[in-house]
Design a protein around this ligand. Structure first.
Ligand SMILES: C[S@@+](CC[C@H](N)C(=O)[O-])C[C@H]1O[C@@H](n2cnc3c(N)ncnc32)[C@H](O)[C@@H]1O
Ligand SMILES: *[C@@H]1O[C@H](CO)[C@@H](O)[C@H](O)[C@H]1NC(C)=O
Length: 261
């Protein structure tokens, strides 16, 4: 393991702190009661970081998303952790009737709404729905969506499973209760490495990294959890990697598409 790869996270941490710290301190200055709401502070911090960082993360995943989302997403699309709505730009409007954005960080909703609207999806037209709950809150997600259930044709997760609580049971419940039979799950996630030395560093950094990234974990085998849900159509889709990515990267990505039987 090269040292620059092992310590690459330090650069990301620095960018996060430079982007997020000052506006977050100002927000606390204006509303000191925030000091008693650590989750709210973390979300304010993350929304400022994403203002600064979101576009370049999108850029870095552009080719993957063009190959994964544009040709495959159809019908009612539900995205977990929609952030500022970067994914909406990869949807083929002629095939995607409705974009449902699950995003618990309400400080991201204004930008999310703007991005969706620029891509032709709006609440007024009934083609956009922004849900302020977490991905793990299945009953709340279902309560916002019309019957019959399960309601969703395409379930998308882009760099979000790293941050959700109880990820294994959440993924399983989403696939069972939210995704229609015949529907598909598309994902692009940074995951636990296949290499022992990289895993050591991923586990080493995760406790510190998660504090400053609203709970993001570097050490989750999200791709395997999705595959392990089972009930997928055999021989369709699968899991693959990101072209040109070094195996030593602590943010090692897996991309996948699975179709529910
Ligand atoms: C790294 S960002 C990715 C955003 C977007 N998917 C994209 O590709 O631009 C992760 C997002 O997950 C959201 N998130 C955090 N906890 C979540 C949860 N429990 N359920 C759903 N989303 C969550 C964060 O607020 C953030 O917007
Ligand atoms: C689920 O979401 C609803 C509203 O979006 C919220 O009121 C409720 O507290 C959430 N429940 C859990 C367990 O997070």
């Amino acid at each position: 393991m090269r040292l620059d790869a092992a310590f690459g996270v330090v650069t990301d941490l620095r960018i996060f702190l430079v982007g997020g710290l000052l506006p977050t301190i100002l927000a606390i200055w204006r509303a000191p009661s925030l000091l008693f709401q650590p989750i709210e502070i973390s979300r304010i911090f993350m929304s400022h970081v994403w203002d600064l960082y979101g576009n370049s993360v999108d850029e870095a995943g552009r080719d993957v998303k063009k190959g994964l989302i544009t040709p495959h997403a159809y019908g009612v699309v539900l995205e977990l952790g929609a952030g500022h709505g970067h994914t909406v730009n990869y949807l083929d409007h002629s095939r995607v009737a409705k974009y449902v954005a699950v995003e618990p960080n309400v400080h991201m909703h204004a930008e999310l709404r703007r991005t969706a609207s620029a891509a032709g999806y709006s609440e007024d037209a009934g083609t956009l729905l922004i849900l302020p709950c977490g991905a793990e809150n299945i009953s709340s997600i279902l309560s916002y969506l019309p019957t019959p259930h399960p309601p969703v044709d395409t379930l998308i997760s882009v760099l979000t499973i790293c941050s959700i609580p109880s990820p294994q049971s959440t993924i399983s419940a989403l696939v069972t209760e939210v995704l229609k039979p015949g529907g598909q799950m598309l994902f692009y996630e940074h995951v636990l490495s296949d290499r022992k030395d990289v895993v050591w560093w991923q586990r080493f950094w995760t406790p510190l990294w998660s504090i400053f990234s609203d709970g993001c974990h570097l050490d989750r085998p999200s791709h395997r959890w999705i595959e392990d849900v089972g009930g997928w159509v055999q021989g369709e889709g699968g899991t693959w990697g990101k072209e040109g990515e070094s195996e030593e990267h602590l943010f090692w990505h897996r991309v996948g598409r699975f179709v529910k039987a």
